[in-house]
Design a protein around this ligand. Structure first.
Ligand code: ADP
Length: 222
C-alpha cells in the first residue's frame, strides 16, 4: 500500500514540485500516473523510494513509515519495490540470465532459490529461449522484458514503471503493458508513469493526473 498525506516538496531553489498531495494506492491496484513534463511525477517516485524526503506530510510505502525509516535502512524499503526504467538499464556485459540473477545474488539469496526463480521469471516474460543472449542481441521490446523480469525476480509488493514504453514501438508498448497487467492480476501493485495518453485511454483503469505539483484528476476511466 502507498499512502501520502498532505505531502509537499519544495526544492532548495524554491520550486514547489509537489503541493499538499493526498493519495492512496491499495495493495493489488494498477494505477497510471500521467502529467506534463515538470508536473512532479519524478518527484513523486523519488519520495516513494526515499531518495528525497518531503518538507511536510506523511508517507507510507509497503508498511514502511518513511518518516521513521532512517536513510541507512532505505534499502529494506527498496527491496519491496521493483523498478522498470524507460531506458531498460541492463548490464551489457551480462546475459539475460545474469542480469536477472544479479538482483538475487546481491542480496545473498540461496543458490538453489536463484536457480529456480530466475528461469521462472524469464519464462513469465516470454524469454525462455533468450536466457543466454546479451542485451545487444535483443530488440528494445525484449530488453524491456528482461528489465521486467529483473523487477519481478525479488517478488516485490509494488512495481514502479517509469515511462516503460517510452523507447518502444507501438506493438511492444502494448505487450509491455499487457505483461504489467498480468503481473498485477497475480497480486502485485503496479504504478506506471507515462505521458502516452492513447495507451492510458486504451487500457483504462485508475488514472492519476498530476498538474503543476497537484493532483488534478484521480479516477477510473474507460
Ligand atoms: P516530471 O517528472 O513530471 O517531469 P519533476 O518531478 O522532475 O517533474 O519536476 C517537478 C518540478 O521540480 C519541475 O519544476 C522541476 O524543474 C523541479 N525539479 C525537479 N528536480 C529538481 C531538483 N533536484 N532541484 C530543483 N528543482 C527540481
Amino acid at each position: 500500500m502507498v499512502e501520502l498525506r498532505n505531502v509537499s516538496v519544495t526544492y532548495s531553489n524554491g520550486v514547489d514540485a509537489l503541493h499538499d498531495i493526498n493519495l492512496k494506492i491499495n495493495d493489488g491496484e494498477f494505477a497510471f500516473v500521467v502529467g506534463d513534463s515538470g508536473a512532479g511525477k519524478s518527484t513523486l517516485i523519488k519520495l516513494l523510494l526515499k531518495e528525497i524526503t518531503p518538507n511536510t506530510g506523511h508517507i507510507t510505502v509497503n508498511g514502511f513509515n518513511l518518516e521513521k525509516l532512517p536513510k541507512s535502512k532505505a534499502h529494506k524499503l527498496r527491496r519491496t519495490i521493483g523498478f522498470v526504467f524507460q531506458d531498460f538499464k541492463l548490464i551489457n556485459t551480462m546475459n539475460v540470465y545474469d542480469n536477472v540473477a544479479f538482483v538475487l545474488r546481491s542480496i545473498d539469496a540461496p543458490i538453489k532459490y536463484i536457480r529456480n526463480r530466475v528461469p521462472y521469471v524469464i519464462g513469465l516474460v516470454g524469454l525462455k529461449d533468450k536466457a543466454k543472449c546479451y542485451p545487444n542481441e535483443l530488440s528494445g521490446g525484449e530488453q524491456q522484458r528482461v528489465a521486467l523480469a529483473r523487477a519481478l525476480v525479488n517478488d516485490p509488493q509494488l512495481i514502479i514503471a517509469d515511462e516503460p514504453t517510452g523507447n518502444l514501438d507501438p506493438k511492444n508498448k502494448f505487450e509491455i503493458i499487457e505483461l504489467l497487467k498480468g503481473i498485477n492480476e497475480c497480486g502485485t501493485t503496479v504504478l506506471m508513469v507515462t505521458h502516452e495518453h492513447e495507451l492510458v485511454r486504451y487500457f483504462g483503469g485508475r488514472t492519476i493526473r498530476i498538474n503543476a505539483g497537484k493532483i488534478a484528476f484521480d479516477d477510473y476511466i474507460g
